[in-house]
Design a protein around this ligand. Structure first.
Ligand SMILES: [Zn+2]
Length: 468
């Protein structure tokens, strides 16, 4: 039996690992690779194996870099089942359809240019119909319930504490009378994150495939996440302007709302309007509300003591679904907090709000997530005096702030702690570090090597290892 690393190998996006046991194949994650457009398109479309030869997919969680290429896999002939937790399955219903919309509008943009150049048009990577076909293959299995997707492979999801429904995957692989336990971390959450339980630690692992996103960095403590919001809300009230919070629809938006609800309940939220302006974020928040089996004790206690019983809503918060209502926010008078996607300002309704307000001194833009290179978010964060928004140049006069306290990933200390606890409860002989830029993965590898007891590898894409 062996494992082969086909994505998120010495990089972050496109999580995908191929397991072969008793001659049968199973895939861990099938994430979308995101990068330069042409390269990303080729890489996502062309699998390095025959998709129809895969018998099952085990999915760790609903972030697009883990699930976003499933529609392509199905389109290319995959006929098996996709196993995930029930919450991940329900989140994917929205995430994959939204992703199909993005594929379509992306291609439309490219094709306009190709048409002018007299070139033939591209097809989208996948359509909504492909996303729906993939959704039809999902099977939800709760945490802690073992199942056997193919003979010789027994799988159990345990809580990864990263986003709703996120799992680390425990795989007991049996071939020729030998059984080995492989642990796939998925994305490892931070301890003390609101709403979710802390990451669960697997026992008796022989091999570990582990994420390393923040292997070389520490985060600010989660407690700062609330005070940042409070400070920015107070200054917005004083200036009478707008506080714009670009946020990812899945995970980050719910955390922001939870923190604002805390401020509201404590009487610490100044009298400003609060709007969550993203249909995807609203759909995702509804899925959060429908899966109390994923909540931690604090969330359950908060539900019991909250004035309206809902930690993801309060009287002054409005969820804005309709486009007209979103446009009406442009002319709304008085101070307001607007949370909108996308998190890196590459699309979505945040663009309209930036276009209208980033030129005013009374506006604050608060970044609560990672801003990749060459994104509008990154340009604002780096202090550009003028940016292009929706095709037009706009001067930047707004105050731009950034809060590092928000992250759904364990930082360096958190990752080391997780690895140590897995080692102490198991018989780990080897760690494979994935899902990190080279510097992060290598830094974590050095730290783990210094701690001794197990071999550590940072596999290249395509590297195959025999699990014996
Ligand atoms: Zn994730």
């Amino acid at each position: 039996m062996d494992v082969q690393f086909w994505g998120a190998a010495r990089e972050v996006p496109g999580s995908m690992h191929l397991l072969t046991v008793n001659g049968r194949r199973i895939l861990l994650d099938c994430g979308l690779y995101q990068g330069r457009r042409k390269h990303a398109f080729e890489r996502n479309r062309n699998f390095p194996f025959e998709p129809s030869s895969i018998q099952a997919v085990i999915l760790s969680h609903a972030h697009i870099d883990h699930c976003g290429n499933l529609p392509t896999l199905v389109r290319a002939g995959f006929k098996g089942k996709i196993y995930s937790t029930p919450a991940t399955r329900d989140l994917c219903r929205h995430m994959l359809v939204d992703s199909a919309h993005i594929q379509k509008s992306d291609v439309r943009y490219v094709n306009r240019r190709r048409k002018r150049q007299g070139k033939r048009p591209f097809e989208p990577l996948y359509m909504i119909g492909d996303a729906r076909k993939a959704l039809g293959r999902f099977k939800g299995v709760h945490y802690g319930r073992a199942f056997e997707p193919i003979p010789g492979v027994r799988v159990t999801f345990i809580d990864a504490g990263h986003i709703l429904g996120s799992a680390s995957v425990v795989l007991d692989l049996t071939e020729g009378g030998r059984t080995r336990r492989l642990l796939f971390s998925g994305d490892i959450g931070r301890r003390g994150l609101p709403i979710l339980r802390d990451p669960q630690i697997a026992r008796d692992a022989d091999y570990v495939i582990m994420e390393s996103t923040y292997g070389d960095r520490e985060h600010e403590p989660p407690s700062r996440a609330r005070s940042y919001l409070q400070e920015c809300a107070a200054s917005t009230y004083e200036s009478g302007g707008k506080l714009l919070v670009p946020a990812f629809a899945l995970g980050r938006t719910q955390e922001i709302v939870y923190r604002m609800n805390q401020l509201w309940e404590a009487g610490d939220l100044p009298p400003v309007g609060v709007f969550v302006d993203s249909p995807l974020a609203i759909n995702v928040t509804e899925v959060y509300a429908g899966h109390p089996e994923c909540y931690d004790r604090e969330m359950l206690d908060t539900m019991a003591t909250d004035s309206d019983g809902d930690p993801l809503g309060f009287r002054r918060l409005r969820y804005v679904r309709k486009a007209e209502e979103s446009k009406a926010l442009n002319t709304r008078k008085g101070p307001a907090i607007i949370v909108a996607a996308s998190g890196m300002c590459e699309g979505g309704r945040i663009l309209h709000h930036l276009k209208n307000h980033v030129g005013k001194r009374s506006t604050t833009v608060l970044f609560v997530g990672y801003q990749a290179q060459h994104t509008l978010g990154r340009r604002l964060l780096e202090g550009s005096r003028e940016v292009r928004v929706l095709g037009e140049p706009v001067p930047v006069r707004a105050r731009v702030e950034r809060a590092d306290a928000y992250s759904a990933h364990a930082d360096r200390t958190g990752l080391l702690d997780w690895a140590e606890r897995v080692r102490d409860r198991g018989r780990v002989t080897r760690y494979f570090l994935v899902h990190g830029e080279e510097e992060s993965a290598e830094a974590l590898a050095d730290d783990l090597r210094a701690a001794g007891t197990a071999a550590v590898e940072v596999p290249e894409r395509g590297y195959r290892f025999t699990l014996d």
